[in-house]
Design a protein around this ligand. Structure first.
Ligand SMILES: Cc1ncc(COP(=O)(O)O)c(C=O)c1O
Length: 459
């Protein structure tokens, strides 16, 4: 999930033609999805906005498709249309839908009890697996990546006794109050559309541009920042990769100023079995992750280094076990942990990533060829099993540049065009994710549809 892209910034597009094509696609969508439309209308009677979670209304067709079933990289809607799914639940289903090993573990555990407030052995196996992949020990489990980030931030503030956190402009780390901050010039302000912020985010948060080590140095210098919360690469405003050396600077500056570094691998897990942390040799003090690790079953986790674990334990007055602000009644439940264990040990394995990553490369080559042949000033970026195209000639270096390369209308048209032809992209920007069940044929279907969409737009 992320900020809405800027409207109409893609160059070389005839806007009147785009508008006309979009209207045609909307008509086609409505005609071919009567079952989904009917359910949506019925849902409006009792669901806020007609959907169980407000962002489900974001799909490009004006109403969402309703799910009949999903398996592997394939979704079937209630009208019987099948889709190649590159959205994969915005990473929640990176393991593929209903992966057999996870389904079997979940079914077995559900029959033996779901939530008891007692730990299960699966928790230990899951934590051992995470340690093997990411290098940190000292794991805790949550139900979401948002919660993992919230608790990691609390721990960072507790052990450093510092009030602020620092994030990068146009980041997204879940619905974490402190992170809905952006830059207006040099000033920190609330992200546009921020719903009911508890306080002015400038009180809690410093913001700098991604890849700007000088600004980072300045922001950390006063020593009032508990932690930097960062994805290894921005993934929620398109993909914005780190410049060579930026992570070294980030680590050196955080260490020098006694600031903890929290790396959020929720999306960048696509880089490999140990995310970017393993792939790029990062050394976070705390690491957070969620979405994919449970194979679609709600689960998140955060891990800490031995040093942070000692500092956490040393805070004698902090209440970690009851009403101190960390935890959740269902967090660490046996069902989630059975899902995490099965997903990590049997589905999102090293071998699986070995198949997923070349598929993202195939996707990117297909898109890049279309862009080049059409002479469009667009580009495509890969991050392991994830690829994304964006409407600027060169890859942006920070979130603000990437936001400026957004084009809401064009994006909507491309998404809807794909949807009407059996290809499902994430409703947020132009991201495509590969699962262990994704096939070359599925990737090639996207290339075909993208080729036709671009041809139609250019006329
Ligand atoms: C990098 C990152 N961290 C955390 C989250 C929050 O995940 P969830 O909404 O599952 O809590 C997201 C969601 O998109 C994310 O992109």
């Amino acid at each position: 999930m992320d900020a809405p892209p800027a409207s109409g910034s893609a160059t070389g597009i005839d806007r009147a033609r785009l508008e006309e094509l979009l209207a045609g696609e909307l008509e086609r969508f409505a005609e071919s999805n009567p079952g989904s439309q009917q359910l949506y209308e019925r849902g409006r009677g009792t669901l806020l906005g007609g959907v169980p979670m407000s962002w489900m209304a974001k799909w490009a067709g004006g109403f969402p498709l309703f799910l009949r079933e999903a398996s592997g990289a394939r979704i079937v809607d209630v009208d019987g249309h099948a889709y190649v799914d590159f959205c994969l639940g915005d990473t929640g289903a990176m393991a593929g839908h209903a992966p057999p090993a996870t389904v079997a573990a979940v079914a077995e555990q559900a029959a033996r009890g779901v939530t008891t407030m007692l730990p299960s052995e699966d928790a230990i196996v899951a934590a051992e697996e995470l340690t093997g992949r990411f290098g940190l020990r000292g794991w805790q489990f949550t139900l979401s990546a948002t919660d993992a980030n919230r608790f990691a931030i609390r721990l960072a503030r507790e052990v450093t006794q510092r009030p602020k956190i620092l994030v990068f402009d146009y980041c997204y780390h879940g619905t974490v109050d402190e992170t809905f901050a952006t830059l207006a010039g040099d000033r920190v302000v609330a992200r546009p559309g921020n719903v009911g912020p508890p306080v002015d985010p400038a009180l809690t948060t410093k913001v700098v541009q991604w890849n700007d080590a000088d600004a980072l140095e300045q922001a950390l210098a006063p020593g009032d920042v508990a932690c930097v919360l960062a994805e290894p690469a921005l993934t929620n405003i398109g993909i914005v990769l780190p410049d060579p050396g930026f992570h070294d600077a980030l680590r050196e500056l955080t260490r020098r100023t006694g600031t903890l570094l929290i790396i959020d691998e929720t999306h960048t897990f696509s880089a490999g079995p140990g995310g970017c942390t393993a792939a790029w040799g990062l050394e976070p003090d705390l690491l957070t992750i969620g979405k994919a690790i449970g194979g679609g079953v709600p689960a998140g986790a955060y891990g800490v280094t031995d040093d942070v674990a000692e500092r956490v334990a040393a805070r004698a007055d902090a209440d970690y076990e009851d009403v101190g602000g960390i935890g959740g009644t269902l967090a660490g439940n046996a069902l989630s942990l059975a899902a995490v264990r099965a997903t990590l040990t049997e589905v999102l394995t090293e071998e699986a990533f070995g198949r997923m990553i070349p598929l993202a490369a195939r996707f990117a080559v297909g898109v890049a060829d279309v862009i080049e042949n059409a002479g469009l000033p667009w580009h495509v970026t890969e991050l392991g099993a994830r690829a994304e195209y964006r409407f600027s000639a060169t890859p942006p270096r920070n979130g603000a540049e990437s936001a400026a390369a957004g084009d809401e209308e064009l994006e909507r048209f491309l998404h809807l065009y794909a949807l009407n032809r059996g290809v499902l992209m994430t409703p947020f920007h132009n991201m495509a994710l590969m699962s262990p069940a994704t096939s070359e044929a599925g990737v090639d279907r996207h290339t075909e549809v993208f080729t036709e969409a671009v041809r139609d737009v250019l006329g």
